[in-house]
Design a protein around this ligand. Sequence first.
Ligand SMILES: [Zn+2]
Length: 331
Amino acid sequence: MERYARHLVLPEIGQEGQTNIEKGTVAVFGLGALGSTITDALTRAGVGELKLIDRDFVELSNLNHQILFDEDDLGKTKAEVAEERVREINSKVHVEGKVTNIDSSNIEELISDVDLVMDGTDNLEVRYLTNDACVKHRIPWIYTAVLATYGMTKNIIPDENACLRCFFPEKPSAGSLETCETAGVLFTLPRIMGNIAATEAIKYLTGTEMRKGLLTFDVWDHDFEVTQVEKREEKCKACGERDFQFLKSEDETITELCGRNSVQITPAEEENIDLEELAGRSNDAKKMGDRMVKISTGDYQLNVFADGRAIIKGTEDPKKAKSLYSQYVGN
Ligand SMILES: [Zn+2]
C-alpha cells in the first residue's frame, strides 16, 4: 500500500486501478533507450508480469541513454540485466527476460499470454511483424519511435482503430530511412516518449479510455501534435484483408547490423548451446553473465547466445562472419 500511495490517492488510478495494474501482463519488445524507460515505468507502477525481450548485449554507447544499465553491465545481455534490475526495483513484479531475436518463427508464442505489447525496438521489420501478430491475435500494442529530436507514438487496438499498416501501408525498404546510428537521438527524447507510451499502457490496464490519434513530438522545438488517423482502412493488408505477410516471411539467417560493423547469424532452428562448455573450449572465450559467451580473436569478436544466435563484431562481410561462426561455434 505504501509503495503505491501516490497512485492510490489519484482519482485516475485509485485502489481498483492499482489492482488492475497488478493483474496485467505486458511484453516489452527491445530494451534500448525506449524499452528501458518503459520497463522502468511499468515496474515502478507495479504491473503484475513483465516479459522483456531483447537480442543484444550492453555496450558503452548505450550508457548515455539506456536507463536500466550501468558500467558493471557492459558485455552482459540486456534481457538478463533488465530482469535483475526489475527485481531490485520491485520484487512484487514477476519478470522474465528472454535473449532472442524477435522473428516470424517466435513472435506468436512471445505474445500468446500477454495483455499488451510495448514497442521499444528501433527496427521497422519487427514493428511490421508486431503489427501482423498483434492484429492477428487481437492483442493491443503501443507503437513508439524516436529519431534525433523527434518521436511518435500511437495506441493500436485491433478491430477498434487504425493499425500500423492503415497509416503506413508499406514497410520502407532497408537503408531508405535514417536510423538512430546515423541520425543520433537526443537522450531526453526516449525518456519522454517511453513515459508517454507507459502512461497509455497504464490507462489500458486500468480500463481507461486511451488517447486517440498519432502523437508526434519534437523535444527540441517543443512541437507537440496529435493527428487523427484512427479510421481503419478497409483495404489494409493487415486489419482489413487479414493477410499477414510478415508472419509468413522466411527468416534471414545472416543479417548485417547497420552502422555497427557487425553481422548477426541466426540458425534456422533454435539451438540449445551449452555456454559453459563453449566458454571452456578456448582461452579466448569468456562467459559474460549467464547467457552469453564472448570469443575474441584478432580484430573480431563473437558474441554467442544460448539459442545459437551470434553477433560477430569487426566485420560487415557475411561470409567472413559465417566462417568465424563455423570455426568457433560449429555448423
Ligand atoms: Zn490496418
